[in-house]
Every structure is written in C-alpha cells, then in structure tokens.
Design a protein around this ligand. Structure first.
Ligand code: ADQ
Length: 454
C-alpha cells in the first residue's frame, strides 16, 4: 500500500501536561489505523502558537508540526477562515467579511503547510488535504511535487455560485483546489456547486463522469459523506455505566415524559435560537407543559470571533426568557449547558433523550445526528433533522424540517413526542441500517480507493 500524508489544519494530537495525547473525534479514529498500517504522516498545527517543533512519532504515526505565530492565527484562522470562508460557505447566515490583511496570511500559511508536506512526500506517496482552511495547498503542493497524487476533502458545504461569486479571491481558491487529482465533498449539491464554479472561475472543462479537465490534467469530483465509528457508539451506549448515567439524567430532569435534546458547537450555523423558539411554541400550546424538558448542550467555539460572542449572549438571553415565562419554582423547562462533555457523558445524554433536535440552517454533514441514531440500541427515539444538513441526503427516515419555519418545527416536536412506538421503531431501524453500513471506515475506504486509483 502507498504511504498516506494527511495535511490538516490541526494535528491529531495535542499537548496536555507536557504529554502528547490523541484528540477525540471521528476523523482521527478513522484515519489512525490506516496511517499506522502504511507508516503514514500527519502534517498540521500543534495548537500552540509561536512554537517550533521537530517532527516526532506518536502511536506509529509521524507527526509533522507546522508552526503558526499568534498574529497568523488571528489573520489566517480567526480572520479569513472563520470570518470570511465559514460564513460564505454556510449560506452567508452571518455576513462574510473580506479583508486583504486576512487574505495575505491565508496565502502565506497555506504555502507553509504545502512546504512542510512537500518535505515528507516521497515517491508515490499520496497527499490528502483536509478542509476549507487549506484550499490553496493542492496547487502549491503540485508546484513543489508535480507528480504527486493529491486528494482534497471539504468538510463544509461548497456554496452555490451566486454566493461564491462574492469572494474577491474566488479565482485563486478555485485554482488552488484544482491542483488536486481528486476533490471529494459531503453532498451531491456541493459537487455540483464546485463543478459550476470551476468552469466559470477556473475555466475547467467538464468531462464525462464527474471529471474536469484543467491544465492538461484530469480531476475527479466525488461525493463521499463523512460518518462516525458506529460500532464504538453502539458499544458505549449499551455499557452499564452509560445506561445508569442516562437514567440518572432523566431523573435530574424531573422525570419529564419527553426529553428533547440539542447538542452542537455554539455556532450560528446550527440554528439553536430558532430551535429554542420552536420549543417555546410547544410550551405555549401544551396542555401539560411540565411533561416536556429541553436540554441544549453547547460546546464553546471560536470565542475570539465577535459573531460567536454575540450569539452566546443571544442564546443565553433566550433561555432566560423561556424559563422566566414558563418556569415555576423548582422547575425550568430548558436546561442549558455551555461546555464540552466527555464521550460517555455525551452518549448518556443521547440515550436519555426521546427526541433529538438537529436543526442547522446549513451544515456540511452533521455528525451529531448520526451519533444519536447509533446510540438508539434499545429504545427507538425520534430524530428531527434539518433539510439543510448534509446528513438529510442519507437519513431520509428522520422527520425532516425546514428549521426557519418555527411553527413547523414546533408541530414536528409535538408529532415526535406523541409518535406511536411502532412508527418510531420502523423509522429508527432504517436510520440505523444506514449509519451501520455507511460508517467512517467505509468513508475512508471510498476516499482512499479513489486516490489509489489515480
Ligand atoms: P462541526 O460543525 O463541529 O463539524 P458536527 O459534524 O456535528 O459539527 O460534529 C460535532 C462533533 O462535536 C460531534 O462529533 C459531537 O459529538 C461533538 N460534540 C458536540 N457537542 C459536544 C459536547 N457538548 N461535548 C462533546 N462533544 C460534543 C464540521 C462540519 C460538519 C461535519 C464535520 C465533519 O461543520 O458539517 O459533519 O465537520 O466533517
């Protein structure tokens, strides 16, 4: 097998009390065994600024740290990645900002990742670049290693051309990506959107079977929806400690008849505010409001970006208002947790929840939806899923909603709450079949097989 070099914004390890520890997450779990088997390398930032580190080995994988200064982190990561690209690629839910003083560090930092990758890329090794932070790397790497096999995977949506057109550096981004041999996306819509933008701004020529011709090379476009380690979630969900904790959580929530759950990074793409309003609508209409408890777990995210600070304040105000309007002494309908949970605790919440609300306004995939399904081993539970999450292309037996339609979401929560067990079971069985078959190992296999075929 050919050696694989993953190039991602972050390394799969981070320093904790002077020790390197593997970061949790599906991508790392899926790629670790593959990279170990092929003596692969991982090129990425360590998470600490202004630190020059030599490559080192961790769990059989060569780690190649790319240094970033704190000024670069501001311009490149908080700036161009998360104030320009992130909102632009998510339907401009928040207005994207375009600043030349942030674009320049994006170019500079992308070049550095390409240079570090070129150093470790030999012979017929495969380079596999991850996500929107590194869209210039494929072409920069191709300049340094013209014969390399290069793949790129976009974890977030590729936007429709009407939106992408706003980007002052749209041609550079398209040309950066077209340096790859294989470009893979979460959904068919993203493949389509990219093909259109590549024709218009890169003058790429469409070929048969999702291929483009550009500068004498053929580039393959592929849909490869990312997934989770389903078996691992299933096993943990059945463990005694998780089930005991889930029962405890239900009790802590006043033994409400229906527990409704939301779990997200605190991000304006996730639609947390509209979801809270939909739940408030349910309380207003319910005959017995105390039968319902809503738990929102929000992981702190990008706290240095002003739009995220505003969002946090807005959500907290909304939670306060709903609890103020509907609560009683000793009972609050909404429980709000602003923190990250460890995996077992997170799964206990999934197991405890009768209804899972996944209502992003736009999401590349949304792994939370798949995680909930994977943990519903004993009781079915109902998944309510936004039509604007990539996951909706696969999880068709969920109750699919338009998250902007607050009344529809309210009505759907009610429908989920009173759904007959038989219907819930049939729906959940279908969903479970999908997440079992199309797990993260299958995703990695599809992506790597395509790269191997180049
Ligand atoms: P995210 O926007 O971060 O990912 P998502 O796919 O839902 O969104 O992944 C979030 C992860 O964080 C999940 O694995 C979840 O378990 C975990 N998580 C959420 N809340 C947590 C909490 N309170 N404590 C601990 N863990 C928590 C981006 C894209 C997505 C795409 C993924 C992968 O935006 O669309 O699915 O990358 O490609």
């Amino acid at each position: 097998m050919r050696r694989i070099i993953v190039i991602a914004n972050r390394l799969p390890v981070a320093l904790k009390d002077d020790q390197w520890v593997t970061s949790p997450g599906g991508l790392v779990r899926a790629l670790e065994p593959v990279l170990q088997r092929v003596n692969g390398s991982w090129v990425g930032w360590s998470g600490d600024t202004d630190m020059e580190l030599e490559p080192f080995e961790h769990d059989g994988i060569e780690q190649v740290p790319v240094p970033l200064s704190s000024a670069e982190l501001d311009g490149f990561y908080y700036g161009f990645c998360n104030s320009s690209l992130w909102p632009l690629y998510h339907d401009a839910i928040v207005a994207p900002e375009f600043h030349r003083h942030q674009w320049h560090p994006y170019v500079r930092v992308n070049r550095r990742y390409a240079e570090y990758a070129a150093e470790v890329l030999h012979g017929d090794d495969v380079a596999w670049v991850q996500d929107y932070q590194l869209q210039l790397v494929p072409s920069m790497l191709r300049e340094l290693r013209p014969d390399a096999t290069i793949g790129f995977y976009l974890h977030i949506p590729f936007p429709p051309i009407e939106l992408f057109a706003r980007l002052p550096w749209r041609r550079q981004i398209i040309e950066g990506l077209l340096g790859a041999d294989v470009l893979a996306f979460q959904t068919r819509a993203s493949v389509r959107n990219f093909a259109q933008a590549a024709r218009k701004y890169g003058r790429a020529e469409p070929q048969a079977r999702s291929q483009l011709a550009w500068q004498g090379r053929t580039i393959t476009l592929q849909r490869a929806p990312i997934a989770i380690d389903t078996a691992h979630f299933e096993t943990l969900a059945q463990s005694h400690s998780v089930r005991t904790r889930a029962a405890e959580l239900r009790h802590e929530m006043g033994d409400a008849k229906r527990i409704i759950l939301g779990v997200d990074r605190l991000d304006y793409t996730k639609g947390i505010d509209l979801r809270l309003k939909a739940f408030a609508g349910l309380l207003e209409r319910a005959q017995e409001p105390r039968e319902y408890a809503f738990v929102q777990v929000a992981v702190p995210s990008r706290e240095d970006v002003p739009a995220y600070q505003d969002l946090r304040a807005e959500i907290e105000q909304l939670v306060g208002r709903i609890n103020g309007d509907h609560g009683e002494p000793g009972w609050s309908p909404v429980s709000y947790l602003y923190r990250s949970l460890d995996l077992e605790e997170l799964i206990a919440y999934y197991v405890a929840a009768d209804v899972m609300l996944v209502t992003p306004l736009r999401d590349g995939m949304n792994l939370v939806a798949k995680e909930y399904v994977a943990t519903r081993v004993k009781d079915p539970g109902v998944l309510i899923l936004s039509e604007f999450a990539g996951a909706a292309e696969q999880l068709r037996s969920a109750l699919v909603v338009n998250p902007h339609d607050v009344d529809e979401v309210t009505a759907t929560i009610y429908r989920a709450a009173v759904m007959e067990r038989r219907e819930a079971r049939v729906r959940m069985q279908r969903l479970r079949r999908t997440v079992r078959k199309e797990d993260v190992f299958e995703w990695a296999r599809i992506c790597l097989a395509m790269l191997d075929a180049v």
